[in-house]
Ligand binder design. Structure first.
Ligand code: ATR
Length: 278
């Protein structure tokens, strides 16, 4: 077995994961010697495979779909942001040998908006589409930026209301259905966290939802602009972005948790964008 520190991403499917590439670029750039592999792990084998990985000296894992909730249930020690997200995307061996569960998705999103795109969230009106796992994962880091309001809109209305209620002690947050948005004042930033965008579908949204010079951000990414990126462009968003930057930033935060070194991300984002022709 190699003497290099070993890391991996577990998920299913995992073939198209960009994480091994991103972490390899981070390792080269920071001069860290490590191995990072991708492993197809079905949900029913998650616990067994994870325990074997750490028993054999693995230092850290990323967990992606459909394993984040299982990783949350498995991890005994968790950060507050992971606890509230009810999802863990990063597992890290601590000095005492225990494994800490964290969730770097939300801070990856905030970092991409704030630092890479210069979009401040403080004092802004934010609309979040979707009330599933992807939304839950980013709520605490979003609220920590002190937006003036964060509205969750969802097809199944009660899920939006219940999710907002769970986070109401953390900031100005409410839940509603898409139809309720008709009477709403326009939003500065609209985030799409529905799983519909990649299959080309979008919720039926009223017109006039985005302020002039507003920002649209799809948490999903693909080689072609997503349906929501098109939606934002058609409404003259000053920026209509997909989640590639968030992907790289959540990886950078995981790398920092594992290695104590913060990689530079902009060149990695630029490289991945150039490879998809942007
Ligand atoms: P994820 O982990 O990606 O968030 P999820 O927990 O299954 O996946 O949640 C999917 C989200 O996308 C939900 O908010 C879902 O709305 P419902 O709660 O009403 O199911 C939303 N979604 C999926 N397909 C959609 C569609 N065609 N139109 C609108 N919302 C959709």
């Amino acid at each position: 077995m190699t003497s290099l520190d070993r890391y991996a991403v577990f998920g299913q499917p995992i073939k198209h994961s960009k994480s091994p590439r991103i972490h390899q670029l981070f390792a080269q750039q920071t001069g860290q010697d490590l191995l990072y592999s991708a492993q197809e792990v079905p949900a029913e084998q998650f616990v067994m495979t994870t325990e074997a990985f750490f028993a054999q000296g693995g230092k850290g894992l990323n967990c992606t779909l459909p394993l984040k909730e299982l990783a949350w249930a498995w991890a005994t020690h968790k950060t507050e942001r992971a606890e509230l997200a009810k999802a863990v995307n990063t597992l890290a061996v601590q000095v005492d040998g225990s494994v800490l569960g964290d969730n770097t998705d939300g801070c990856g999103l905030v970092q991409d908006l704030l630092v890479n795109h210069g979009i401040a969230l403080a004092g802004k009106r934010i609309l979040l589409l979707g009330a599933g796992g992807a939304s839950r994962g980013i709520l605490l880091p979003l609220l920590e930026q002190s937006p003036v309001c964060l509205v969750i809109a969802n097809r199944t209305v009660h899920k939006a209301i219940e999710l907002a209620a769970e986070f109401s002690h953390k900031g100005a947050i409410s839940g509603c259905g898409f139809a309720d948005l008709i009477d709403s004042a326009p939003f500065d930033i609209i985030l799409n966290a529905t799983s519909a965008s990649l299959s080309g579908q979008l919720p039926a949204l009223p017109e006039g939802l985005l302020v002039e010079q507003g920002v649209c951000y799809d948490l999903a990414y693909s080689n072609e602009p997503t349906a929501f990126v098109h939606w934002g462009r058609a409404r003259h968003a000053i920026k209509s972005l997909d989640g590639l930057g968030m992907l790289v930033e959540q990886a950078a935060e995981a790398f920092f948790i594992w290695r104590g070194v913060r990689p530079e991300t902009q060149s990695v984002i630029a490289l991945l964008n150039s490879e998809r022709g942007l």
